[in-house]
Design a protein around this ligand. Structure first.
Ligand SMILES: [Zn+2]
Length: 70
């Protein structure tokens, strides 16, 4: 499944979107088309990427996707 992670250049919103082909992706928050695709760990079976040195890593819990620790 082609799920990609995006970050909005306008409001900074992070979101994931199912993308088929080269459809235009808009930010769900501000509807801006000015979004940038991030490296996605989704859609790849069982691939866990190390997030050390990545901009999306969490420094306090060492998890890649950190929605609970703030
Ligand atoms: Zn936005």
């Amino acid at each position: 499944m082609p799920i990609y992670e995006y970050k909005c250049n306008q409001c900074g919103e992070d979101f994931e979107k199912l993308v088929f082909g080269n459809k235009q992706v808009d930010c769900p928050k501000c509807s801006s088309p000015d979004v940038r695709k991030k490296l996605s760990a989704f859609g790849m079976s069982g691939v866990e990427k190390p997030f050390a040195g990545s901009s999306s890593g969490c420094s306090s819990c060492s998890k890649g996707s950190c929605s609970s620790c703030g």
